[in-house]
Ligand binder design. Structure first.
Ligand code: ASP
Length: 337
């Protein structure tokens, strides 16, 4: 008899395990996480499943300590399971996927994050299908941190939540999906080839900030964040990472001279943030800004927290930021050279 794969489901909360509560009718996490196999009995045909609760919160309340505890549990259970499914709120799932992909180094068993737009108990829930497809994905030996949503297994650190209400709430605008799970299951793009023994690094420096530019905005917030001891400021520019020419380059220079890493991303989801086409991006680069290429905003923020936590600064920070740790950036996408 062929043995079924063994999977560990780690619960963290989110809509999937919520119910409408109290007079307010808010969706809130329930005391007990739902019994998976009674709601999705078909899971038993996919794998032998065990569950563990990491925490039970709306994903807006997850912290880097929770990321670390997930990473450590996964690392510590490598010998016991063939893969891991993290049941997670959809709002910050991309951030957790990034964190796990940076914290877990070397070769490891597949990790798949999923959640749902409607609770597992709801009649029209998307949870059952997401759980089953995530379980199947976790048995496919895709040895990286993936995120399953809307019939696709995405590279987790390339994913971003794109819809509040659609059942296919996630996309990976700058990288093809790893697997498409339609009528047939097809591998679309190759998984990472990770080698070497598994390592876990959970150090985080949370002193990072994000500013989204808009026409008419002054860059005074850059100075305020500089004075507040921020270590990394990511500016969400327009298009390819354009920023206003007036006053912004000077503020970027002041921050860079104070040792702060000023990153420039884009308010657009698809494509690269890079200088070279417009004067506004060249001026920011010349003032010391680091363009993030085709990384998602989530990846750039979480990666910065990890690199700063590991004590990287100056040129070492810049080089590491622009080099892939787990496939989160296409080399060369941050410049036009
Ligand atoms: N607020 C919820 C969460 O992220 C949303 C969801 O799970 O869909 O925890």
């Amino acid at each position: 008899m062929i043995e079924k794969p063994r999977l560990l489901f780690l619960f963290t909360g989110g809509t999937i395990s919520m119910a409408k509560t109290g007079a307010s009718g808010h969706l809130a996490v329930t005391d007990a996480v739902p019994d998976l196999l009674s709601h999705a009995p078909v899971l038993a045909s996919v794998a032998e499943i065990e569950t563990q609760t990491v925490t039970n919160v709306d994903s807006s309340d997850l912290t880097p300590e929770d990321w670390a505890s997930m990473a450590e549990t996964i690392a510590g259970s490598q010998e016991d399971y063939d893969g891991f499914v993290i049941v997670h709120g959809t709002d910050t799932m991309a951030f957790t996927a990034c964190a796990l992909s940076f914290m877990l180094g070397g070769d490891h068993k597949p990790v798949v994050l999923t959640g749902s737009q409607r609770p597992l108990m709801a009649p029209r829930t998307d949870a059952r299908s997401n759980l089953v497809h995530s379980a199947i994905s976790a048995t496919m030996n895709v040895r990286e941190v993936g995120l399953y949503f809307g019939n696709h297994l995405f590279r987790g650190n390339r994913s971003t939540k794109t819809s509040v209400h659609a059942y296919d709430a996630y996309a990976s605008p700058n990288h093809p999906p790893l697997v498409e799970l339609g009528v047939d299951i097809e591998r679309v793009s190759p998984a990472l080839q990770r080698t070497g023994p598994l390592t876990v690094r959970t150090e985080i420096d949370p002193r990072v900030a994000v500013l989204s530019a808009f026409p008419g905005m002054t860059p005074s917030a850059i100075d305020a964040l500089t004075d507040a001891g921020t270590k990394m400021i990511m500016l969400r520019g327009f298009g390819e990472g354009n920023l206003p020419m007036k006053a912004w380059p000077d503020a970027i220079r002041r921050a860079a001279d104070a040792g702060i890493h000023v990153l420039v991303g884009s308010q657009c989801r698809a494509g690269s943030s890079r200088p070279g086409r417009y004067a506004g991006s060249d001026a920011a680069r010349d003032a010391g800004a680091i363009y993030i290429g085709d990384m998602t905003g989530e990846a750039a923020v979480v990666k910065s927290m990890c690199l700063l936590g590991r004590g990287l600064n100056g040129e070492a920070f810049r080089t590491a930021l622009l080099s892939p740790i787990a496939g989160e950036i296409t080399p060369g996408s941050a410049s036009r050279l």
